[in-house]
Design a protein around this ligand. Sequence first.
Ligand code: MD3
Ligand code: FE
Length: 217
Amino acid sequence: MTLPLFDDDALAEPSTEVLGPAAFVLRAFALNQASDLLHEIEGVANISPHRHMTTPGGHTMSAAMTSCGQLGWVSDARGYRYVAVDPLTGKAWPAMPDRLRNLAQEAAASAGFADFRPDTCLINRYLPGDRMSLHQDKNESNLNAPIVSVSLGIPATFLFGGIERSEPTRRVQLRHGDVVVWGGEDRLRFHGILPLKPDDHRLVGPRRFNLTFRCAG
Ligand code: MD3
Ligand code: FE
């Protein structure tokens, strides 16, 4: 049987979808750890709360963000960058919980990337209607390392394009428990998230969390 447990969930049975030469969707990879992961996210957000950052162009991002690990991602009028101190609290970002790091490392290994040691995890929180416009992730110092992303909560339509913004995009549904690994030649693909539809996840509520593990420093 490969039916979802609930409509919002990844297929309950793990499977791998190949998106590119070095990009893989690991369906349901994090499904059985979801409630532990949500507790870890809560612990991080109790120290460094989710907040809406401003883009260099002066727009407010619709997803709210926080980070854990040695570095955290920030955006403001001066640009996008990774910093060791959370500008909201004036303190170091909360440490990356072992459970989160281990999950990311296992996902990377099962996609063929051994010894993935992320130094940051960006935690995006989306409410219905929130989106993320097409972009590349290239502020990380080590672009040879993959990015591992974990989706929790209500589903989202992920857009993934080419190395040039003008290339066509594919749509991939990301559900509660899905993990995606992007490395190699797929690492610099343009990607984004369409506005989330109104929905309510029985465990997470009317929201979606996305964790992205990176080697930024
Ligand atoms: C493909 N987040 O935080 S995760 C981001 O669902 C971001 O919140 C989205 O894009 C989200 O930067 C998408 C999937 C993802 C993450 C990084 C990638 C796909 C990627 C980097 C390169 C190529
Ligand atoms: Fe991104």
